[in-house]
Design a protein around this ligand. Structure first.
Ligand code: HEM
Ligand code: HEM
Length: 223
């Protein structure tokens, strides 16, 4: 038996952000004079065309920024804060990693594991950096808009730092699936469903919106 974990909308947003992010990394790297240097232009001459890769970078950026903002607005409007970090998440994450390594017992989790909530917050912070610096770089490219040289230098450094951190987070995201118990979450991002037994055992505190509302109605004081 399986239970629905990720709606189609959530999956479309996840994969839209993932694919546009890969596109941004590829076309961002091609903004730097690397294609010709590494012989890439022999295989794909377009890779060395700065104005073409810049246009694609803008295209991916438009999708990426739109989906990131949509994700924040939709969940805020729905009052769904399941993935927002909670007090004590760092400590609980360490206990879970320790349990996965030693085969011991894990503390019970809500819909998301505490380390997933922390990972989400790290993605939000890094994406805020690439979006803010990216938008400023876009503004500077408009006719008649300019910034002093030191500002341009730091914008480029911070935008590049954002890319480096994005790549590191992605590696961490994939490394999470080296742990066998976490692999049970993989179908959530494909079919949207996970094994019901897995959900009951590892995420016993996971409440659907209806259940959470019913519980609140039963104990209005919140105790
Ligand atoms: C994961 C997201 C992103 C990655 C990995 C990324 C990566 C890069 C890299 C490596 C460069 C070339 C080095 C540099 O000029 O700093 C670059 C340039 C640039 N990026 Fe991004 N970027 C991302 C998101 C964005 C976004 C969201 C925007 C716009 C809203 C944007 C706009 C630009 C602009 C305007 C340039 C400079 C083009 C130029 O004037 O030469 N980027 N990006
Ligand atoms: C091969 C690529 C990828 C796979 C297989 C994948 C898979 C997954 C899975 C299984 C989850 C957990 C879903 C759940 O708990 O219900 C997840 C969550 C998430 N993904 Fe991905 N993902 C990929 C790429 C990306 C990329 C490129 C980004 C960001 C640029 C990203 C950002 C996130 C975030 C922020 C979460 C929520 C926090 C977390 O679970 O760590 N994913 N992904």
């Amino acid at each position: 038996m399986t239970v629905l974990r990720q709606s189609l909308r959530n999956r479309v947003v996840h994969w839209g952000i993932a694919l546009s992010c890969f596109g941004l990394i590829a076309t961002g790297i091609l903004q730097m004079p690397v294609a010709k240097r590494y012989g890439l232009t022999v295989l794909a001459p377009a890779a060395g065309d700065y104005f073409l890769t810049l246009a694609w970078h803008y295209g991916f950026a438009a999708v990426f920024v739109f989906l990131c903002i949509l994700h924040l607005i939709v969940h805020a409007l729905e009052g769904d804060f399941d993935i927002v970090p909670q007090r004590g998440d760092l400590k609980k994450s360490m206990l879970i990693v320790k349990a996965m390594l030693t085969g011991g017992e894990e503390p019970p989790s809500e819909k998301y594991l505490p380390e997933q909530r922390l990972a989400w917050a790290a993605f939000v912070a890094v994406f805020a950096l690439v979006i803010a610096t990216g938008l400023l770089k876009t503004w500077k490219n408009l006719a008649g808009c300019d910034l002093p040289d030191p500002a341009l230098f730091w914008l480029a450094q911070l935008h590049n730092l954002g890319m480096l951190l994005t790549i590191l987070l992605f590696i961490g995201h994939m490394a999470a699936f080296l742990f066998k118990p976490n692999r049970k979450l993989l179908p959530a991002m494909f079919s949207g469903r996970v094994d019901a037994e897995y959900a009951a055992e590892r995420h016993p505190l996971w409440r659907t919106k209806g259940e959470a509302r019913a519980e609140k109605a039963e104990s209005p004081s919140g105790s």
